[in-house]
Design a protein around this ligand. Structure first.
Ligand SMILES: [Zn+2]
Length: 254
């Protein structure tokens, strides 16, 4: 009898976080680094106005680079708007761990008033559209967002969001959230790099037995030999085990 089941597919999603004019060269290096493994699909997380600096849409070289990445098969994702907390409410005891210790004051979407969050998401969406950057997903800086943000994203017709531990489809009638923790490095201090490498080594051992590996890279990650070596090992091992590079957008739409 004919077997009509779709063969099990193992997916590898690499995401490149914090693309903006100031990180253009680092993201370009990461794109080239991935290509050296034959990986030509990743999800590139673009910030419209990183830390209130040069607007991403106002830098011709960056605009061209983003367009080229998209044309080459990479996916663009809206990643916050400012990626900082300059106009955020004051921290409270309930939020200070997330805003000061877990992140370096980057949790932009953790506690914004609803109207402000809606406005920033709509502006980000418009900006992408005006530049011909296609984005079906939104990822909050440091994956931290108020619990009502996914509802706002769905209203704005985003197809998905992600957190550190989940991929969350947003369109009505789509699949449930997929649980899978992302590999991710903290490089702010040498002890953090060593701890990250240990943590990610163990996490990778668990993930390679599943059908989904998520690897999130930040602009400076490849500058540290310890981290670069481990990323090399992870990519080689994942590809050897049959994991196929894809993007979040493709994964959610499958
Ligand atoms: Zn970020």
């Amino acid at each position: 009898m004919l077997d009509c089941r779709v063969p099990d597919k193992k997916s590898l999603i690499v995401s490149l976080h914090d693309a903006h004019p100031g990180s253009r060269a680092q993201i370009a290096e990461q794109v080239a680094f991935l290509a050296s493994y034959g990986i030509t699909r990743s999800s590139i997380l673009v910030v419209p106005e990183f830390h209130h600096g040069t607007p991403s849409g106002g830098d011709p070289e960056f605009r061209d680079a983003v367009k080229a990445w998209q044309s080459a098969g990479h996916e663009l994702v809206l990643h916050g708007y400012f990626h900082d907390r300059r106009e955020s409410p004051r921290e409270t005891l309930a939020t200070v761990f997330w805003t000061r210790l877990y992140t370096n004051r980057e949790a932009e979407f953790l506690d914004l008033p609803c109207a402000v969050a809606q406005d920033r998401l709509a502006r980000g969406r418009k900006l992408f559209e005006s530049l011909g950057w296609r984005a079906s997903g939104f990822v909050a800086p440091a994956w931290l967002m108020a619990e009502w943000i996914p509802g706002v994203l769905a209203e704005l017709k985003f197809a998905y969001t992600t957190t550190l531990r989940e991929i969350v489809p947003l369109a009505p009638g789509t699949n449930r959230a997929t649980s899978s923790q992302s590999l991710c490095y903290s490089t702010r201090a040498s002890w953090r790099r060593v701890a990250s490498a240990l943590w990610n080594k163990n996490l990778f051992y668990r993930l390679r037995e599943t059908d989904l590996i998520r690897l999130s890279l930040h602009p400076r990650d490849l500058e540290f030999p310890l981290i670069r070596r481990q990323i090399d090992q992870i990519l080689r091992s994942a590809l050897k085990r049959g994991f196929q590079p894809t993007t979040y957008g493709e994964y959610v739409a499958r």
